[in-house]
Write a protein that binds this ligand. Sequence first.
Ligand SMILES: [Zn+2]
Ligand SMILES: [Zn+2]
Length: 210
Amino acid sequence: MKKRCPKCLQPKNLDEFYPRKQAKDGRRSRCIACEIEDVLAYQARYPEQTARGKRRWYDANADDVRQRRRDRYWANREAELAYNAAYDEKNRVERRRKNTTRMRRIRKINPEQSHRWDRTHKVTRRALLLNAPVIEHFTLQEIAARDQWRCHLCQELVTRQTWSMDHLVPLSLGGEHSRANVALAHQLCNVKRGRRPLPPEVGLPEGGVA
Ligand SMILES: [Zn+2]
Ligand SMILES: [Zn+2]
């Protein structure tokens, strides 16, 4: 069964019309191609309203959009990775310049934050260097919050001036760089312990790595 679109006057199949429950034939009157044409014409005519509308819609659907992007990425991972690599290659110089400027600005505005980053990256780099069997990405901040700001070696409170990440099984002995294998410790306690096994009274936390 064909239906004639009143705009382009073409007879078309029903599935070339958007559905509309209330309509007698369950379809809208104009064909999809014509509806899209109208929308594009409207958007070209009122770019500001369009931008505002899109923004509003995006804000309201941000979670959905993010999920859909994620799904698309994992469905076409190979293609996405190739595309990203090509894009990166094309923009390498420009991107590096922008990034450097940005980092300099952030470091100036917020020296404490950048100090925290440096510490985190230093530990992660060391884990990479020592070929740790597992490398998770987390911050000292996260570990400190989890361990309630107590040093796992002496049980005293730790501050940002004295904190450090202690690997229960040391990285140098093949330990993982994972949340399960780290605990908050004073820098001094950490250094004093060195790569010795944990004293028995400290022991491993529940779910820790043997
Ligand atoms: Zn039409
Ligand atoms: Zn301590």
